[in-house]
Design a protein around this ligand. Structure first.
Ligand code: UN1
Length: 484
C-alpha cells in the first residue's frame, strides 16, 4: 500500500489537515489500495502562490522548449504504462486493457500538444493606417485550475493540462478524490520529465473544500472542469461572479438510431460496446437506442446475443470484459435507476441485477442491463445513468427517431446506423449533438479533433485539437506605428 503526498512547488508535501483519504478497490472493497492527502483551502492557497510564481518564467520559455518537456512526459508515460494502468484499475475498477489504452492515449495527446508549440500563435492583419504593423498574438491566461473526473483518471487530466501548459499557463490540479493515487503517478511523470517547479501542482482532496477554493481564488484566471452538471453549474456561477474564464464538459444521454438499411450486426455490436465499455462510465456512452419497427425484433435478438458475451469481474483478470462500477455511490445510483426503470413500466430484456456472492468479493458489480418498452418520458431515457444500462425504444421511422433522439437536455454525441447517404447527411445536419457518428460508436475521441457537446452537455467551449487554444489563451492585439 502506498501513500502519496501532494505535489506543490516541485516538492511532495503533506496537507495541513494531517488526515488521509483511503482508496479502496471497487472490485474488492476490503482492499485498501493506498492513501492520499485530504487537503485544505490553505494547501490550495499555497499551490496557487507557487503556480503564480512559476508563471513568470514559464510563459517566457520558448513554446518549442515547453513542447520538449511534454514529449519527454509522453515517453515516460509509455514506459510506465503497466504501473500506471494497474494503479488506475485497482483504484477505480476499469479493466486493465482500458486503463492501458488510456495511458497510451495520454501519451498521444502529449505528443500532439508538444507539436502545437511549433504552430502559429497569432496573425498579421491589414491596418487602416499604412504606417501600422497590426497583429494579434495569443498569450497565456495565468494560473489555470484543472478539476478532473474519476472515469478517465489519466486521459482527461492530460487533455486539459497538456494544452494549458504548452500555451504557457501554469496549473493547479484537483483530481477526483477517487483517483488521487493515479493522479500522483501522473504528477511524478511530469516531475521526471523536467517540468520546472510550480508549473504543475497537484492538490488532492474533496470537491467541497479543494475544488471550491480553486474556483473562488482571485489569482486563478480560468477553470476547466469535466464532471456532473450539478457541480458544473455551481462552478459556472462562481466563475461568472469573479470573472474567470470557464470550460465545462458535462453529462450526456447519447442516442443511437438504427434504420432498416443498416448493417445490423455492426449496429448491435457497436451499440453494446458503446453502452458497456468502461461499465458505461463515459459521458459519451450510448444510453438510448432508437430502432425502427420493421427490424425491431431482429435487432433486439442481435443485441441480446452480443450482450451475452460480456463477462463481468475484476478488471485485472484477462478474460473479464466488463469491470465493476467505480464506487459504492455509483453502485447505489445505477441500481436505483434500474429499479426505477422497472417501476415506470420498462421491461428488462437482459441483466438488471447486482452481482453478489463470493466470486464477486463484495465488489460493485452490476450485470450489463438492457431495457425494452422504454418511452422517452421515462427517467431511464432522460437522465444520465453513468452505468451499464441501455434503453431500447421502438420508433415508426427515421423522422420519429431523430425527433426523439434530440428530445433531451443533453447534446454530447449521437450515432446513426444506415447505408442511406441522404439520411446520413440529414442526421449530421439535424442531430443536436456536438459529435456525430455515422456507422460508429457514440464514444471515443481523437486528440486532434474538437471534443464537446451542445445544450447542457458543455459550456459551449471545446477541448482538444486546435480548439483548445481558444480556451487556454487570450488574444493580445498589437499595433506598431513606424514613421520612416
Ligand atoms: C471517450 O469517449 O473516449 O468523461 C472520451 C467522459 C468524456 C470523455 C470521453 N469527457 O467520458
Amino acid at each position: 500500500m502506498s501513500h502519496y503526498l501532494n505535489y506543490v512547488g516541485g516538492e511532495w508535501v503533506a496537507a495541513t489537515s494531517g488526515t488521509k483519504h483511503e482508496h479502496f478497490n471497487p472490485a474488492n472493497p476490503s482492499v485498501c489500495v493506498g492513501t492520499t492527502e485530504n487537503s485544505t483551502s490553505e494547501d490550495v492557497d499555497q499551490a496557487i502562490i507557487e503556480a503564480k510564481q512559476a508563471f513568470v518564467n514559464w510563459k517566457e520559455m520558448s513554446p518549442v522548449a515547453r513542447g520538449e518537456i511534454l514529449r519527454k512526459a509522453a515517453d515516460l508515460l509509455e514506459q510506465d504504462v503497466q504501473d500506471i494502468a494497474e494503479m488506475a484499475t485497482k483504484e477505480m475498477g476499469k479493466r486493465l486493457v482500458e486503463t492501458k489504452g488510456e495511458v497510451l492515449r495520454g501519451a498521444m495527446i502529449l505528443r500532439y500538444y508538444a507539436q502545437e508549440g511549433m504552430r502559429k500563435m497569432g496573425e498579421l492583419l491589414p491596418s487602416m493606417n499604412p504606417q501600422n504593423t497590426l497583429y494579434s498574438m495569443r498569450v497565456p491566461l495565468g494560473v489555470v485550475s484543472c478539476i478532473t473526473p474519476w472515469n478517465f483518471p489519466v486521459a482527461i487530466p492530460i487533455w486539459k493540462m497538456a494544452p494549458a501548459l504548452i500555451y504557457g499557463n501554469t496549473v493547479v490540479w484537483k483530481p477526483a478524490q477517487e483517483t488521487g493515487l493515479t493522479a500522483a503517478k501522473i504528477a511524478e511523470v511530469f516531475e521526471k520529465a523536467g517540468l520546472p517547479k510550480g508549473v504543475l501542482n497537484l492538490v488532492n482532496g474533496s470537491g467541497s473544500t479543494v475544488g471550491n477554493a480553486l474556483v473562488e481564488h482571485k489569482d486563478v484566471s480560468a477553470i476547466t472542469f469535466t464532471g456532473s452538471n450539478q457541480v458544473g453549474r455551481l462552478i459556472a456561477s462562481k466563475a461568472v461572479a469573479t470573472n474567470k474564464k470557464f470550460q465545462l464538459e458535462l453529462g450526456g444521454k447519447n442516442p443511437v438510431v438504427v434504420l432498416e438499411d443498416a448493417d445490423l450486426d455492426l449496429a448491435a455490436k457497436l451499440t453494446v460496446e458503446g453502452t458497456m465499455k468502461q461499465t458505461g462510465q463515459r459521458c459519451t456512452a450510448t444510453s438510448r437506442v432508437y430502432v425502427v419497427e420493421s427490424i425491431y425484433e431482429q435487432f433486439k435478438e442481435k443485441l441480446v446475443e452480443k450482450v451475452k458475451e460480456i463477462k463481468t469481474g475484476d478488471g485485472m483478470q484477462e478474460d473479464v470484459t466488463m469491470g465493476p462500477v467505480a464506487s459504492s455511490k455509483q453502485f447505489d445510483t445505477v441500481t436505483s435507476y434500474i429499479a426505477k426503470g422497472t417501476e415506470e413500466g420498462a421491461n428488462i430484456l437482459y441483466g438488471g441485477k447486482a452481482l453478489k456472492g463470493e466470486e464477486y468479493s463484495g465488489g460493485y458489480f452490476i450485470e450489463p442491463t438492457i431495457f425494452e418498452n422504454v418511452t422517452n418520458e421515462m427517467t431511464i431515457a432522460k437522465e444520465e445513468i453513468f452505468g451499464p444500462v441501455l434503453a431500447v425504444i421502438k420508433v415508426a421511422d427515421y423522422q420519429e427517431a431523430l425527433d426523439q433522439a434530440n428530445d433531451t437536455m443533453y447534446g454530447l454525441s449521437a450515432s446513426l446506423f444506415t447505408s442511406n447517404l441522404d439520411k446520413a447527411f440529414h442526421f449530421i445536419k439535424n442531430s443536436e449533438a456536438g459529435m456525430v457518428q455515422i456507422n460508429g460508436e457514440t464514444g471515443g475521441a481523437e486528440p486532434q479533433a474538437p471534443f464537446g457537446g451542445m445544450k447542457e452537455s458543455s459550456s459551449g467551449t471545446r477541448e482538444q485539437g486546435q480548439a483548445a487554444v481558444e480556451f487556454f489563451t487570450a488574444y493580445k492585439t498589437v499595433a506598431i506605428t513606424s514613421f520612416l
